[in-house]
Design a protein around this ligand. Structure first.
Ligand SMILES: Cc1cc2nc3c(=O)[nH]c(=O)nc-3n(C[C@H](O)[C@H](O)[C@H](O)COP(=O)(O)O)c2cc1C
Length: 478
């Protein structure tokens, strides 16, 4: 497919900034702005009015600029997928599937890179040198890690994971992290705990922007985000093997804080709360793992990258929508459920609701597709509802989906309730302190395959429609 933007090859954050600027998708804020709430509140208002990415060039007390509001729109993602700017989430998900099905491209080890331009150890390690924002008044502190990738390595298999977990600046050398149960870094951390060893970890800001995008997506344990990023960019991500932690660090990262996390819960420190993507706070300040930062690496004139979380619209919901659309579609294909036409997670519904369009081939087929969705890796985590529609409706055509719910769905007959499934601890619709399990609903808005007497659809005459389309310009309507 031909893209309608200049072919700027995006290898790092600076390339994305350049392309966004060329496409009129980035504004530079030159007025002085406080890192304390003001920066976030400007970004939030901008995001609510569907504005461009922002670079705050004059953060009070700092020289380092702060980038926000990236990946708020499908356009921004289209740039790193090298797709036309008008691409929908649906188009991007299809591209993602086609690329990842071909397999990943592992990272390439290089001996040096811009991230090594400044190396700070010992007393020079000071996270306060960066304009780390405080986002919302009730947040527990300043959050270094929002647009962050935490790199960890499985001590048994060597699998390298990149995951986005919020990271609060606890002091100049410590970053408290929320790593929810069952997340990849949690699985890895438990292995270090069993071995009674510290877990090497690196919090990375910048580098290839695909890395942040992918580290916020639930990619199965054992599949490295580095490899998928390589596949998306069509060549390997360049990494440097750290002589401190042994971890592969993106050579073009802006800022890296590396060190060790003690997996022993007795040594956790208080972290949180933080305004989460659901628009609510969950638990308050409580003991959580923290990164003991032994070394900071950064490029000359680094760019700090942050993401407002809180109530949608946010970066998270778009990433969730795209990643989950692609992952569910792919996983249903892998399960060999026939007839899947399309899959969609609406951005406002985040991870919680999916629509599946299926071409029914046998009785019970639509239910099978819906129930299978709950059993996938992606659907098993926090998904509360699936709506199944017939193949004459695209899963992302919300008007038609509502129509199907209105005229092809009979609640008592067409609903399946599952009482217990894995949830996210951040879901505010669940009681505090008991958020690991939620119920699920399947709404089958298809016309049952087995009905002999199916309702008759009002259809237009194909030949007449063709004629109307050919003569359309004559009518002077558009
Ligand atoms: C800005 C942002 C903040 C996030 N914060 C957290 C967090 O604090 N803890 C967490 O477990 N997941 C968080 N997530 C979601 C994870 O990034 C996501 O579940 C991802 O799949 C985790 O990586 P993993 O699959 O390698 O574990 C956040 C996502 C974004 C975009």
């Amino acid at each position: 497919m031909k893209t309608n933007h200049a072919q700027v090859e995006i290898n790092d954050l600076r390339d994305l900034i350049q392309l966004c600027e060329q496409m009129g998708e980035l504004k530079r804020v030159k007025a002085e702005v406080d890192w304390n709430l003001e920066l976030c509140h400007i970004a939030k208002r901008n995001e609510e009015q569907n504005g461009p990415a922002l670079i705050f060039e004059n953060v009070k007390g700092y020289k380092t600029p702060v980038l926000t509001s990236v990946f708020m729109k499908p356009k921004h993602v289209a740039m790193v997928f090298n797709m036309p700017l008008q691409s929908t989430i649906f188009d991007l998900a299809k591209k993602w599937i086609s690329i990842t099905e071909k397999g990943g491209i592992p990272p390439k080890l290089v001996s040096n890179g811009p991230v090594m331009e400044n190396i700070k150890t010992g007393d020079d390690v000071n996270l306060y040198e960066f304009p780390v924002p405080k986002y919302f008044p009730k947040d527990g502190g300043r959050y270094f890690g929002t647009s962050v990738c935490l790199i960890t390595k499985d001590p048994e298999t060597g699998f390298v994971n990149l995951g986005t977990y919020r990271m609060e600046m606890l002091d100049e050398k410590s970053l408290g992290a929320l790593i929810l149960k069952g997340k990849d870094a949690d699985i890895t951390m438990k292995k270090y705990q069993a071995r009674n060893e510290l877990m090497p970890a690196a919090a990375v800001i910048g580098g290839d922007p695909r890395l942040f995008f992918l580290s916020a997506c639930s990619i199965p344990y054992g599949v490295s985000e580095y490899d998928i990023a390589g596949a998306l960019r069509g060549k390997p991500v360049e990494v440097i093997e750290s002589d401190l932690t042994g971890l592969p660090i993106p050579a073009h990262a802006e800022i890296v804080a590396e060190g060790f996390i003690d997996p022993n819960p007795e040594n956790y420190r208080d972290e949180g709360p933080f305004g989460e993507y659901t628009g609510y706070y969950s638990k308050g300040r409580m003991p959580r793992p923290w990164l003991d930062v032994k070394r900071i690496l950064h490029r000359n004139n680094p760019i700090f990258w942050g993401t407002t979380v809180g109530r949608p619209p946010t970066t998270n919901v778009l990433i969730h929508s795209l990643a989950k659309t692609a992952a569910l579609w792919e996983q249903l294909n892998q399960m060999k459920i026939p007839g899947i036409q399309s899959v969609y997670f609406h951005p406002a519904a985040g991870r919680f609701w999916a629509v599946i369009s299926v071409k029914q081939m046998y009785p019970g087929h639509a239910r099978q597709a819906g129930l299978a969705a709950f059993a996938t890796v992606v659907g098993n985590y926090g998904m509360k509802g699936v709506i199944v529609v017939d193949d004459d409706i695209r899963a992302d055509d919300w008007d038609r989906v509502m129509w199907a719910l209105s005229v092809r769905y009979n609640p008592v007959e067409d609903t399946e309730i599952i009482k217990k499934g894995r949830s996210t601890a951040l879901d505010p619709s669940l009681p505090m302190g008991n958020r690991h399990i939620c119920s699920r609903i399947l709404m089958d808005a298809t016309i049952p395959y087995e009905w002999e007497d199916k309702p008759e659809l009002v259809e237009m005459d194909e030949d007449m429609m063709k004629r109307v389309n050919e003569r359309w310009s004559e009518f002077g309507i558009d």
